[in-house]
Structures are given as C-alpha cells and as structure tokens.
Design a protein around this ligand. Structure first.
Ligand code: ATP
Length: 233
C-alpha cells in the first residue's frame, strides 16, 4: 500500500531523515515510534508532499508520489492528520469537517459527513459549536474526522494521543482500532510506545533519522534494548 525507500530529507542543509525504509501493507496498523525530535513529523510531511525529499522514493497504491504536490497526494487517498490537530478554532465543527472534503461534490460531502457523525456521535451533537471550544480529546476526534472526510485509502495519524489524559488516550487508541476494523490501513506515529505496540501489528523505531529497530509488535514488546531505551526497564 505504502512503500518508502531510502528517504533522505532535512531543512537548509541539516539532514533529519538519513535513509528511511518502511512499508504499510493493506489493512495494517503500523506504528512509527521514536523520541522527540527524531524526525517523525518530518517523515509525515515528506509523505504528504509538504517537505521535499532530497532523495529516495515513496510508492503509494502502486504509483510513485514523491514530488507530487500535496493536494494531489490527498486526492489519491493518502491522508495525514497532523500533530497538534490544526483545526480552525473559529469555524464550527461541521465547517471544519467540510474542509476535509472541499474537492468533492455536495452529495459526497453529505454522505461522508453522515459517516463521520456515525463514527463520532459527539461531533454530531456539537456540530454547530466553534471548534475552539471543544475539549482536547474532541478536537483530536475532529482532526481525525476531517481526515476521514477526504475518503482515505491510508491514514497517517501524527501523535493522536498527545496532550490527552490517560483515560482519553485509552479512548483514542480504541477509536483507532475501530477505524481499522473496516480494513483502513493506518500509520500511527507516536511517542506512546507501550500502547502503540499493543495496537499495531508491526512497528519501526526511529533513531538519528534512521530505522534503528523494526519487526512484529509482539516481538518488539519483548526486545530488551527497546525496554531499556523507551520503557526504562
Ligand atoms: P516531535 O515528536 O517533538 O514532534 P519529531 O520526531 O516529529 O519530534 P521533527 O518535528 O520531524 O521530529 O523534527 C526533527 C528535527 O528537524 C528537529 O531537530 C527539528 O528542530 C527540525 N525541524 C523540524 N521542522 C523544521 C523546520 N521547519 N525548519 C528547520 N528545522 C526543522
């Protein structure tokens, strides 16, 4: 579904990604994990066409997409829910959702909106409310709902649990599992190692702009190096 090969990228001569290889197969949840500043967001930005790669290739749904403009990548169904939600606080919940679907005809917009409201009843209840007045967890749901409006074939979630209370983190991870039950592949980019490894089938651990460890999540959960570095065990 998504195949990333030897991606290098950075900012103004500082290399952040130093040759990243990873893939997400149909129907999978794949976790991309790593500490602050390791380059996770930069990788997402490269995949969605917002930061230029210096070299390497990205193949999505059988076609090269590196070098395509961001709107073209979204139109192909690779949809990135950014870190920090990036909702429009002064627009209503419904208007924010419609932003995720502005290229589609009115009928598709309506169907997609109904689907999102069925998944997130809390957004339906609050559809007229200004998005800035939602709680942190609701804003994260809104950001994901806006992504769903674009009819994703693959969803990249950048730190969906960031800033949420432990209870809401549980709820968010349950919701991600639910989104995947219909077969939607998800690349879950997180600092929350324990819960991500419970949810994902496979994971990649980034260090210094490279993949330091990768494999099935259940193998990584028992990896002594990972336990030492990330879980303090
Ligand atoms: P976090 O979890 O804290 O968001 P991250 O793993 O997502 O971290 P990135 O945001 O990709 O990491 O940042 C990787 C490095 O690139 C950092 O050293 C950061 O300072 C740098 N960086 C990110 N964005 C820019 C930018 N627009 N211009 C210059 N440097 C940047």
């Amino acid at each position: 579904m998504l195949e990333v090969s030897a991606i290098r990228a950075g900012y103004g001569g500082t290399e952040v990604l130093r040759g990243i290889d990873l893939k997400v197969d149909a129907g999978e949840i794949v976790a991309v994990l790593g500490a602050n500043g390791v380059g996770k967001t930069t990788l997402n930005m490269v995949l969605s066409g917002l930061v230029k790669r210096d070299s390497g290739a990205v193949v999505f749904d059988g076609e090269r997409i590196d070098g395509l403009p961001a709107p073209e990548i979204v139109a192909r169904g690779l949809i990135h829910v950014p870190e920090g939600r990036r909702i429009f606080p002064n627009l209503s919940v419904r208007e924010n959702l419609e932003c995720g679907c502005y290229r589609r005809a009115g009928a598709a917009r309506k169907t997609n909106l109904e689907r999102v409201f069925a998944t997130f009843p809390r957004l339906k209840e609050r559809h007229r409310q200004s998005a800035g007045t939602l709680s942190g967890g609701e804003q994260q749901m809104l950001a994901i709902g806006r992504g769903m409006m674009g009819e994703p074939k693959l969803l990249i979630l950048d730190e969906p649990s960031l800033g949420l209370s432990p209870l809401l983190v549980e709820e968010m991870f349950a919701l991600i599992a639910e989104l995947n039950t219909s077969g939607l592949p998800i690349m879950l980019v997180e600092q929350n190692v324990v819960q991500s490894l419970q949810l994902a089938s496979r994971a990649y651990i980034l260090e210094n702009g490279q993949v330091a460890l990768s494999g099935p999540a259940e193998t990584l959960r028992d990896d002594p190096e990972l336990k030492r570095a990330y879980l303090g065990l």
